[in-house]
Design a binder for this molecule. Structure first.
Ligand code: GUN
Length: 310
């Protein structure tokens, strides 16, 4: 059995009773509880910003079209930001909106002094060049951390605004005291949103990182070696539970509907929880952490833009 060790002096228990364990014995990485803690810290920093600047930090969330999954995420992002004391600017554009009109909106938001953060919900409708749109966002307001400038800064070990889901994985691992340096970490999935920045975050944390993708020859062998696994594939139960290394820490980014309509991750949970040392639930793992880190980025962006201490 080999997996992460817990740092001396860490306080992994979020309740006095200690961490919650699955029936299989793994520690449940409670993203909902840690996200609530992050959101409380964001709310107090947002209030301090408002007291100093006479306005709340502002976050613009842009949605183009009405993709049902995106609509749920966007509603959640807007309501969570308001609850944390961040002013929410909603921009809902019809699915037929052309690229020029989207770029004009982003240009206006880039120059709007009330707006500290801009998020364009992905995916964009077919025919819109996603890279052109993401590149148009002012890197100082790029709360998704998707702009090449922010990706480049993360790659160069000087992170500024960090992609929310990978940042959420690191924050959750820290909260439970998981020692990442030297750990054999495997990321399954190589998207620009999760897999690639996740690899950069783990590298920054001094793990030894492997990234698996559709070109990987023997996925099972790679997963079986992983002391820390991040699954970011977007396919229900894609990773069989009996591939999990005993004692490993498993971070499941997937949020999928099973055939029976249940929300499930990319990892087959029950069997994985019998083998893992730590595991995130779905729902209640990285979903809430992603939103919490977005709010944290929005307040960071407000402080960074105004030249006041973060
Ligand atoms: N679509 C799925 N995940 C994300 C995300 O983290 N940010 C944005 N903007 N769109 C997404």
């Amino acid at each position: 059995m080999s997996g992460p060790t817990v740092k001396a002096g860490a306080s992994p228990a979020l309740s006095p009773a200690g961490p919650v364990r699955t029936a299989g014995g793994a520690v449940l990485l409670d993203g909902k509880a840690v996200a609530a803690k992050v959101r409380a810290a964001v709310a107090s920093r947002a209030a301090a910003f408002a007291a100093r600047h006479g306005r709340r930090p502002g976050l613009a969330v842009v949605q183009v079209g009405e993709d049902p999954a995106s609509s749920v995420y966007v509603r959640n992002k807007r309501s969570s930001s308001q609850e944390a004391g961040i002013e929410s600017f909603a921009h809902d554009l019809p699915v037929s909106t052309g690229e020029g009109r989207i770029l004009a909106l982003i240009n206006a938001l880039n120059h709007d002094e009330r707006v500290d953060g801009i998020l364009v919900q992905l995916p964009l409708p077919a025919g819109v060049d996603t890279n052109r749109v993401m590149d148009a966002v002012d890197p100082a307001k790029d709360v998704d951390g998707f702009h090449p400038v922010n990706t480049g800064l993360l790659a160069q070990k000087r992170p500024r605004l960090r992609p929310c889901t990978p940042f959420g994985v690191i924050r959750l691992a820290q909260e439970y005291g998981l020692a990442l340096p030297g750990l054999r970490a495997t990321v399954v999935g190589a998207s620009n949103i999760v897999g690639r920045p996740m690899a950069l975050e783990l590298l920054l944390a001094r793990a030894t990182v492997t990234v698996c993708h559709t070109g990987t020859r023997d996925l099972r062998a790679e997963v079986e070696r992983a002391e820390l696994l991040v699954a970011a594939v977007g396919k229900a139960g894609f990773i069989p539970g009996d591939w999990i290394r005993p004692g490993a820490a498993v971070f499941d980014v997937g949020i999928n509907r099973s055939a029976s309509g249940k929300l499930v991750g990319d990892v087959e949970f029950e069997r994985a929880a019998e083998r893992a040392g730590w595991i995130t639930p779905v729902p209640g793992g990285l979903g809430p952490m992603t939103i919490a880190m977005l709010l944290s980025n929005a307040v960071d962006a407000a402080y960074l833009r105004t030249g006041t201490p973060v």
